[in-house]
Design a protein around this ligand. Structure first.
Ligand SMILES: Cc1cc2nc3c(=O)[nH]c(=O)nc-3n(C[C@H](O)[C@H](O)[C@H](O)COP(=O)(O)OP(=O)(O)OC[C@H]3O[C@@H](n4cnc5c(N)ncnc54)[C@H](O)[C@@H]3O)c2cc1C
Length: 405
């Protein structure tokens, strides 16, 4: 991908305009208040941005993946917590419906996701099941007319506001030593606020403070049979596919944070004078600014190249285990998405850290924007797969490929 299309330029400009007018001016106040007002979501819905990936037939914009990612990057540039909300909604939630949903499920849920009347949440993690998805313990018991969910989900982004929760539950027996622990998981589509769902607690986070990250208790939540998303026991393959998308959306969010930090740093380095010269005249500072630009360019190029490949693979990512034209190794899409997310989130962390350093004492103060960006950046190295676990995924794919698998 060497140049952006007219549509991509248009969507990015629209997202930037929204970010500049509707998000940036309020970011500090929302962070302090630990809340995003409802108008933000109405505004996003008005410009179609809650339907970035939903098909046109269901009221969405049906954007290709690179274009949707450019939009999320620009939103996160304005306010990273909004970038995260949209990333989860348009990323794994929409994707899970598109790959595993029946036509009836898609008709029921996609129009609401697209017009913003229904925000999506992805409820996979639990207190004892973060990186280790196989440890999921929330149970779905078969009942005469459907299922009953009992257990708890932790760190659910959009959890309170969500109209739709994609919930992963254990339907099989706990894993035996000789079977993969992710066997026996099944995905469900659960209406937000359904009887038996209780918000147990709101997390107090380091960054992304305006984002709702909550623990939800499922106390005998009754679901009809048609709430099951995909086949019984195939929950992990639904989650795994959705997470490939989710990681690209988080990478876009991270890039938005990095871009904002870089712009603040360049501006400040030009304004602030010490020793009779502006900071940007010093070699030590120039090195930092150049390092920012290099890392952001690397991350964006890898992200967009990976997004093009993921789009080309369509609904079946498994079909692209090894692809002839791939520029990078390892070549599986799961590994490529992991590489893109690690690269972008580590760029965001490095760039925002250096931006705080360039601001000096002021950078450490809440009155300036860069400390928030550094707090926000840290989250991107953790959710939707930590950097350590994603490196493990990449190495696993390298080894598999070397073994001819
Ligand atoms: C702000 C925020 C929002 C979130 N939103 C959501 C959401 O919407 N939905 C959802 O389902 N979850 C969400 N999460 C949860 C997130 O996905 C998990 O926190 C993450 O997967 C890590 O799990 P854990 O916290 O249990 O850490 P652990 O898995 O306990 O890991 C702790 C440390 O050990 C390392 N580690 C673990 N296993 C290995 C290994 N095999 N090799 C090397 N190192 C390893 C990790 O990298 C990490 O450094 C969110 C988290 C945060 C912070």
């Amino acid at each position: 991908m060497t140049r952006l299309t007219d549509e991509q330029l248009e969507i990015r400009a629209l997202a930037r305009e929204f970010a500049l007018g509707e998000l940036r001016p309020h970011a500090e106040a929302w962070d302090a208040a630990r809340a995003l007002p409802e108008e933000v979501f109405r505004g996003l819905a008005d410009i179609g941005f809650l339907g970035l990936r939903a098909p046109e037939a269901h009221g969405g914009l049906d954007l290709d993946l690179p274009t949707a990612l450019l939009a999320v990057e620009a939103l996160a540039w304005g306010e990273a917590a909004v970038g995260l909300s949209v990333a989860i909604h348009a990323g794994p939630v929409t994707r899970a419906l598109l790959t595993a949903g029946t036509p009836a499920q898609q008709s029921r849920w996609l129009p609401g996701l697209a017009d913003g009347s229904c925000l999506g949440a992805f409820a996979l993690s639990e207190s004892e099941a973060g990186s280790d998805v196989g440890a999921v313990a929330l149970r779905a018991e078969a009942a005469d007319d459907g299922w009953i969910l009992t257990g708890e989900k932790r760190w659910v982004t959009n959890g309170v506001r969500a109209g739709l929760l994609v919930v992963f539950a254990r339907t099989g027996a706990p894993a035996e030593a000789d079977t993969p622990a992710t066997e026996g998981l099944t995905a469900f589509l659960v209406e937000g606020g359904a009887d038996g769902i209780r918000v147990v607690g709101r997390e107090r986070t380091l960054g992304l403070c305006a984002s709702e990250t909550v623990t939800l208790a499922f106390e005998g939540v009754r679901l009809p049979e048609d709430a099951r998303l995909g086949s019984v026991g195939e929950g992990w393959s639904v989650a795994r596919d959705a997470l490939v998308h989710g990681r690209l959306f988080v990478a876009a969010q991270a890039l938005g944070i990095a871009q904002a930090a870089q712009e603040h740093a360049v501006r400040y380095a030009g304004e602030r004078e010490q020793f009779g010269r502006s900071l940007d005249a010093f070699g030590g500072i120039q090195e930092k600014l150049a390092g920012m630009a290099i890392r952001i360019a690397q991350a964006r190029a890898l992200l967009l190249e990976t997004a093009v490949r993921v789009d080309a693979a369509g609904l079946d990512l498994r079909g692209d285990g090894v692809s002839e034209g791939a520029l990078h190794h390892p070549v599986s899409l799961e590994a490529a998405a992991a590489m893109a997310k690690v690269t972008a989130s580590e760029a965001a962390m490095w760039v925002s850290d250096e931006a705080v350093q360039i601001f000096g004492g002021y950078g450490y103060m809440r009155d300036y924007p860069v400390e928030k960006l550094m707090r926000d950046a840290k989250g991107t190295e953790i959710y939707e797969g930590t950097s350590e676990v994603l490196r493990w995924v990449i190495a696993r794919e390298l080894v598999r490929e070397a073994a001819g698998g």
